[in-house]
Design a protein around this ligand. Structure first.
Ligand SMILES: CSC[C@H]1O[C@H](OP(=O)(O)O)[C@H](O)[C@@H]1O
Length: 390
């Protein structure tokens, strides 16, 4: 168990244990998750033996982050198939566990399509389950490769936008290895800059209400030796005003065909601040996060989460006492109403560039995104029922 005050040796891996792994103990296959609601105080693992357990883990953000949700969803289908549960029911439950991150449905559909194709081809239950697992592993491996490519494209973009190095990067929420098959999306770019000696400061928005920044990005930054400072979300404006931010790097949960970006709530205000202060606002996401079938930002379903996440300090997320109402420490009067959207949507005109594994789109246009997605290794079928190799 890591002591959250432990100073990790510079250059350590960003995670002590993988964010997720498939295991096949004698009693049957399981999906082992690093429980992100317990970090940074505990590196606790959650063993999922069935789909309801995985759905609950997704809903409570024990496993979270768009790319990792796609990977977890694919393994969830494989788990259902391997344990003889109904794959169609499993796919439905997993795909609807959280509404905004498009990756979740994409990963589920890929594994379910592989299972169904095998079954339709005459494969028995065991072989069809193996096909679903192989597809889940492919989703996992592709995301790891995409993470490497995004880091390289993002580092090159920073070099163009900010010649001279010494970048002061502000980031929001958590977009590192905890959300990826590799080292993440936006945080992987910051880590690449750090390894290149070009990261002067990583400003880490705490990211209320669930504190993915203060808890998770700080955990990853400490482990990798990045020079980081945590700040209250409301303090970001004064950093821009003081000229202390050179670029904003964030992730995404769904990018609409027009380039509108759904990301953790608090991202849109950062985009407005960056625009006002003429600071690059860069989104880093794999093409699996681009949803060409959602025309524009207004069409993106933004997840509304329980009010107690706002009205109670998330002590459960520090002590791991669970995520239900009443488990935290009330900071608002009992019965207070709360507005708690998990995400907001940034219009394309406020986005300087979108970095994907297939390259960089800037300026952000509908055509630019469509071309980018068509050149990536996987291109979404227009029917939206999954991914097809070109
Ligand atoms: C690069 S995906 C990470 C993305 O997911 C986070 O949402 P959540 O913590 O609710 O899963 C946030 O939007 C991050 O940008």
């Amino acid at each position: 168990m890591a002591d959250q005050h432990e100073v990790f040796e510079a250059g350590a891996a960003s995670l002590a244990v993988p964010s997720l792994r498939w295991e096949e103990p004698p009693e049957g296959p399981v999906l082992v998750l690093l429980d992100q609601t317990r970090l940074p105080a505990e590196e606790a693992e959650l063993v999922c033996t069935d789909v309801p357990a995985l759905v609950q883990a997704i809903r409570t953000l024990a496993v979270r982050g768009a790319p990792l949700l796609g990977i977890a969803g694919a393994y969830g289908v494989a788990l259902a198939a391997a344990r003889g549960f109904d794959v169609d029911d499993a796919a439905e439950a997993l795909a609807h566990a959280r509404p905004t991150a498009v990756n979740l449905g994409y990963g589920v559909r890929r594994a379910a399509a592989a299972y169904r194709a095998a079954a339709a081809g005459g494969a028995g239950a065991e072989a069809a389950a193996a096909a679903a697992l192989a597809e889940a592993r492919a989703v996992h491996a592709e995301d790891a490769e995409a993470s490497k490519r995004m880091a390289a494209h993002g580092l090159a973009l920073l070099g163009e936008l900010l010649p001279g190095g010494g970048h002061r990067i502000l980031t929001h929420c958590n977009t590192g290895a905890l959300v990826s098959g590799g080292e993440g999306t936006a945080l992987a770019v910051a880590l690449a800059a750090h390894r290149a000696g070009d990261l002067r400061r990583l400003w880490v928005d705490e990211t209320r209400p669930l504190l993915q920044g203060a808890r998770l990005t700080a955990y990853e930054a400490a482990r990798t030796g990045m020079p980081y400072t945590v700040l209250a979300d409301g303090a970001a404006g004064s950093l821009f005003a003081a000229g202390e931010v050179d670029a904003v790097l964030i992730g995404a949960d769904r990018i609409a065909a027009d380039g509108a970006v759904a990301n953790k709530v608090g991202s849109y205000p950062l985009a407005v601040l960056a625009g006002y202060h003429h600071i690059p606002f860069v989104v880093v996401a794999p093409t699996s996060t681009v949803d060409l079938e959602t025309e524009e930002g207004a069409d993106i379903e933004v997840e509304q989460r329980p009010g107690h996440e706002v009205t109670e300090f998330p002590v459960p997320y520090v002590r791991g006492a669970g995520a239900e109402a009443g488990a935290g420490t009330a900071v608002a009067p009992l019965g207070a109403q709360a507005y708690n959207p998990a995400f907001d949507v940034t219009p394309p005109e406020l986005v300087t560039a979108i970095v994907t594994e297939a390259g960089v789109v800037s300026p952000v246009t509908r055509d630019g995104l469509a071309v980018m997605c068509s050149t990536s290794r996987w291109s979404k079928s227009r029917s939206g029922n999954g991914m097809m190799a070109e």
